[in-house]
Structure formats: C-alpha cells, structure tokens
Design a protein around this ligand. Sequence first.
Ligand code: B12
Length: 207
Amino acid sequence: MSTQAIYDAIMEFEDDDVVEAVKEAIEAGVDSQVILNEGLIGAMDEVGRLFSIGDLFVPEMLMAANAMKAGMKVIKPYLKGDDGGRGLVVIGTVEGDLHDIGKNLVSMMMESAGFEVIDLGIDVPAEKFMKTARDNKANIICLSALLTTTMTTMGETVEAIRNSDLNVKTMVGGAPVTQEFANEIGADGFSEDAGEAVVLARTLIAS
Ligand code: B12
C-alpha cells in the first residue's frame, strides 16, 4: 500500500478522506515516517509549488493545511517515542507569522521523544518566549518561521534571548531557514526537519 491516497486526499482538501487514508496506511503497516514524509508533507510541498506558480490561492492553501492537520492528529500516537526525560522545550512561530504545521510537527516529535514541550502557538513575541522560558526553566527555545519577512523577526528574537540573562539554547527552523542563516543570527542549532530537530535537541542539552 502506498501513501498516494493520503497525498491525493490532501490535494482534494478532503479532511475525512485524509483521516481514512492515514488510518488505512497505519493498518496496512506503512511506517509512520513514510506516511508523514511522503503522504502528508509531500502533498504540502506540492501545494506550496502550485501556490508559487499561481495555480492555487490562499483559501486553497488553508484547506490543504486543515486536511493535513486532520491527518497529523491520526498519526501523532504512532510517531515512535523512546526513553523520555529529555528536558523542557518552549516552541512557537515567531511574531507576524501564522504558519504552524511544521512547528506542530517539531512539537509532536519532541513530545514523542520524551521532551516536555510548551507550545506557545503562532505569532509569538520575543518577550513571551523569554518569560515562558524563565518561568519554566526551559532548556531550549525553538523558533519557527516560514516567511522571508519573519526571518528578520527570528533574528531579533534570537538576539533578545542572547542578550538576556537566560541560560537557554536556541533552535531555529522553517522552510526558508538555513544553517548559514542560523549561524548568522547566532542561533545554537538548526535542522531541516522535525526528526533531526529531536537529535539536535538532545545534543544541545548534553553539551
Ligand atoms: C500552508 C501554508 C499557508 C497556510 C498556513 C496554515 C497553517 N496553519 O500553518 C496559510 C494559508 C494560512 C498561509 C498563509 C500565508 N502564506 Co503560506 N504557505 C503554506 C505552505 C503551502 C505550506 C507550509 C507548510 O505547512 N509546510 C509543511 C511543513 C511540514 O513544512 P515546514 O513548515 O517547512 O516545517 C518543516 C521544517 O521546515 C522544519 N521546521 C519548521 N519549523 C521548525 C522549527 C524548528 C526549531 C526546527 C528545528 C525545525 C522546524 O520541520 C518541519 C517538519 O519537517 C507554504 C509553502 C511551503 N512549501 O513551505 C506557503 C508559504 C510559506 N506561504 C507563503 C506566503 C506568501 C503566505 C502569505 C503571505 C500569503 C498571503 N498572500 O496572504 C500568508 C502569510 C500569513 C502569515 N502572516 O503568516 C510563501 C512564503 C514566501 C516567502 N518567501 O516568504 C510560501 C513559501 C508559498 C510560496 N511558495 O510562495 N500559508
């Protein structure tokens, strides 16, 4: 069984069909990472491509996002966790940015890997990241940005954290973010996807 049905259901914005297709794939024994990467994320990549060439518009992008979220709810319990007890992570999408699918995936994977996660949602100002980290003695603050404009805000947020008295590491990510950019803004870590984010978080906490 392939993940094509999941992909197709997202492209057709059919939330119920996505849920059914994900359940069928799980029952057929398809690996949860394959469902995630080929089915769910694969479809969102195509949605982004169609948007950039003007074949899809914002309302459709939103419907696709909702369909993907419906699928993510089903897959969440199957994203394998391990031995737990990893530390506390505060995560959010930076101020001015409303994209949350990638951030939610990172959050889910971190939780599955045993981290305690405080998810502040979208459009989060620097002060809120810092207050939450301080109040909860967080080990890591994770910032997500999907727009080239909010990458600037990400840089400012990392700078504010670095200039504060907080003893916390910063991790950044999101489609336009690169390792070079992360270095430039002084973030402690960057990863391209949610799986690697978990490995990186462990390394940062151990360092
Ligand atoms: C869905 C979507 C939307 C939805 C968002 C719904 C939601 N709840 O998130 C809606 C319709 C609301 C939307 C709105 C807009 N969008 Co939009 N959107 C997308 C789209 C198609 C998919 C994003 C997505 O969810 N990808 C899937 C996830 C899984 O990938 P990801 O976010 O990259 O996350 C992965 C990694 O990056 C990483 N990661 C993510 N965060 C973090 C954090 C950390 C710490 C780490 C370590 C890793 C990590 O792990 C994730 C999983 O592996 C992208 C196209 C694209 N391919 O990126 C455009 C895109 C990001 N949007 C775009 C635009 C222009 C907009 C709007 C300005 C459109 C408009 N005219 O209104 C608005 C902006 C609203 C705002 N202020 O934020 C552009 C951005 C262009 C640019 N250069 O800035 C894109 C690239 C589309 C395009 N090709 O032009 N959008």
